[in-house]
Structures are given as structure tokens and as C-alpha cells.
Design a protein around this ligand. Structure first.
Ligand SMILES: Cc1cc2nc3c(=O)[nH]c(=O)nc-3n(C[C@H](O)[C@H](O)[C@H](O)COP(=O)(O)OP(=O)(O)OC[C@H]3O[C@@H](n4cnc5c(N)ncnc54)[C@H](O)[C@@H]3O)c2cc1C
Length: 294
């Protein structure tokens, strides 16, 4: 399959890219790694008049470790994040989750910005950003704005980004002391998009109780969700397997995933309960494992 004809632009700077976007508006598409956009164009689901290739904009390819978060530039490849020892240390959920994105060939081309803007409901990066409470920074000729993950992802393949904006970076909070991260998914084959994925971050207090929990799911709604009722139920409690299982069972009634060719509503509910329990248990174990050193 071949895409419809388009004009191809390779801006040398962000300013040039933003000017092109302003000129073409809805008729333009940003091209980053092309791993989602090109198949969509080949299937003629997208027919942009102008492709603005930011894939080689080095000013957007970086990993910056700050005191409280890690900032990743939009054109940073999945591969770079996957193999970064710094990311493993400051945000292990990212290191673990990004390995689940497609195959290594896809991760060597795909970018952080592309995954977040594409916003597939079962993509790993949106779930991680939403679970950890990160932000994205969007730029236009008018300036920059920072948007919380909760506000950024609206529904299937839809975010709050405007046609004249480029996502320039994403900020993921650094893992706190006495905290464990975990992410797991179920896919039909290795490298496929997940049917459901769950991510958890759990902090254990000095007295051994659960201090704070963040639990997120993908593949059960148009956008990634947080299970705030489960989080509240667990906070302040002893990390007990029966309690975790009971809390996760309540997820069945809290979600209403749409059935599709891959899975029924009930199956997605089952997966949500099971994967949530697993990531919570694993995150607690990991938090406890480092506890004695804090
Ligand atoms: C076989 C296969 C399996 C895959 N499996 C998975 C998977 O398991 N999990 C997963 O998450 N993904 C998966 N993907 C998708 C892949 O990870 C893509 O790389 C990713 O979704 C998009 O990143 P990209 O850089 O390739 O973006 P592109 O394809 O270049 O762009 C995607 C969209 O984002 C827009 N865009 C890109 N960058 C920016 C920016 N900085 N600012 C504004 N708009 C921008 C584009 O205009 C386009 O609309 C798979 C893809 C394939 C082909």
C-alpha cells in the first residue's frame, strides 16, 4: 500500500518547524519515527498535504535528570530510553515498560513524543505518564505550555494538542525512596499492542504500612485511567495479599471496557483485576527489597 501524495519538509530548527505548522495547520502532520503515522498514511487513514519531519531535530533528543523528575525530549528514541542506566535508576517503570513497546526495530525508530501524541489506548508510555502523574510540554509560535497527563489524554488517539503545536518534552516524576514500580501487560503475541496493561507505584512507610499507591490501567477506556478508589483503599493499610486481591476485585465494577475483535468486556475486566493485583504485589516487593537500605 502506498500513501497519497504529500510534500515533505525537513526543518533544521524548532522555529522553522513551528512556522511550517502554522502555515499548513490541519493539512500538516509532524513526522517523528513514523512507526504509527506511516502505516496510517499507507492505509489512507491519514492524508496530510505536508509532512514536517522533526525526526532529525537534535535539539529535541535528550534525557535530563532533574532533582524531582526526568525530562525526555520528544525525538528521543524508545531504544535510547530503554538502554539508559540513568532512567533505570530514576524511573524504573519507564525502563521496564518501554521494553514492551513493539519490537526492537520499532523501538529503534519510534520516539517518546510520537507515542504520547499518537495516544493509543493500550500504548505503554501514556499509561506510565498517567500513572506516575507526569506532564508534557507543548510549543507553538506563541510560546510553551505544560499540561498534566490527566488533562492531555482525552480518548482514543486524541489528546489536547493543537494543530499548531509540537510536543517538545515529557516529564516523569523520579521514583521516591522506599518505592517500588511495576508494569505488566497481556498481549496475544510478543511485540503486539497489549490488550490490557497495568502499572503501579507503591511507597512503603517506615512502619511497614502502605504510604502511597498509584495504580493505572490501559486498554479499558479511550485513555489511560487511574484507580483512585483502590489507591485510597490500600493507603495506610498493611501490605496484605488478601486485602490487595479484594481491592483489585472491586475494579471489575469500576470499569466498563468496550468489547472489540481482540477481547470481550468481561475478558478485559478479568485481565484488569489480575494484572492490577500482580503489579501491586510486585511493586510492594520491590519497595520492601530496598527498605532496609533507607
Ligand atoms: C508492528 C507495530 C507494533 C507496535 N507495537 C506497539 C506497542 O506495543 N506499544 C506502543 O506504544 N506502540 C507500538 N507501536 C507504535 C510505535 O511505538 C510508534 O513508534 C509510536 O506509537 C509513535 O512514535 P513515532 O515516533 O514513530 O511517531 P510517528 O509515527 O512519527 O507519529 C505518530 C503521531 O504523533 C504525531 N507526532 C509525533 N511526534 C510529535 C511531536 N513531537 N509533536 C506533535 N505531534 C507529534 C504525528 O503527527 C502522528 O500523528 C507499534 C507499531 C508497529 C508498527
Amino acid at each position: 500500500m502506498k500513501p497519497a501524495a504529500f510534500d515533505y519538509y525537513t526543518p533544521k530548527t524548532m522555529q522553522e518547524a513551528l512556522e511550517l505548522l502554522e502555515e499548513f495547520g490541519y493539512d500538516a502532520k509532524i513526522l517523528a519515527g513514523g512507526q504509527s503515522l506511516i502505516p496510517t498514511m499507507n492505509m489512507r487513514l491519514a492524508r496530510p498535504q505536508a509532512l514536517i519531519d522533526i525526526g532529525k531535530l537534535d535539539e529535541l533528543a535528550y534525557i535530563r535528570i532533574h532533582d524531582t523528575d526526568v525530562q525526555i525530549g520528544a525525538t528521543t528514541r524508545h531504544y535510547t530510553v530503554e538502554h539508559s542506566p540513568h532512567i533505570l535508576e530514576v524511573c524504573p517503570m519507564l525502563s521496564e515498560g518501554i521494553k514492551l513497546v513493539g519490537h526492537s526495530q520499532i523501538r529503534s525508530r519510534g520516539t517518546i513524543g510520537g507515542s504520547l501524541v499518537h495516544a493509543d489506548s493500550t500504548a505503554e508510555l501514556p499509561v506510565i505518564l498517567r500513572t506516575l502523574g507526569g506532564t508534557v510540554t507543548l510549543a507553538s509560535l506563541e510560546g510553551e505550555r505544560t499540561v498534566e497527563a490527566e488533562e492531555f489524554f482525552l480518548t482514543y488517539l486524541t489528546t489536547t494538542i493543537e494543530p499548531n503545536e509540537i510536543l517538545v518534552s515529557a516529564n516523569f516524576p523520579r521514583i521516591a525512596a522506599r518505592t517500588g514500580h511495576a508494569i505488566e501487560e497481556f498481549a496475544l503475541r510478543k511485540g503486539d499492542f497489549a490488550i490490557v496493561l497495568a502499572a503501579a507505584s507503591v511507597t512503603i512507610a517506615q512502619d511497614g504500612s502502605i504510604e502511597s499507591v498509584r495504580l493505572g490501567l490501559g486498554g479499558v477506556d479511550g485513555a489511560p485511567i487511574r484507580l483512585e478508589d483502590v489507591e485510597e483503599e490500600l493507603e495506610g493499610q498493611e501490605p496484605d495479599s488478601d486485602l490487595i486481591a479484594e481491592c483489585c476485585e472491586s475494579i471489575r465494577d469500576a470499569i466498563d471496557p468496550e468489547p472489540d475483535i481482540h477481547a470481550s468486556t468481561e475478558y478485559r475486566k478479568d485481565l484488569s483485576v489480575t494484572l492490577s493485583r500482580r503489579v501491586l504485589e510486585k511493586a510492594i516487593q520491590r519497595a520492601k527489597a530496598q527498605f532496609s537500605y533507607v
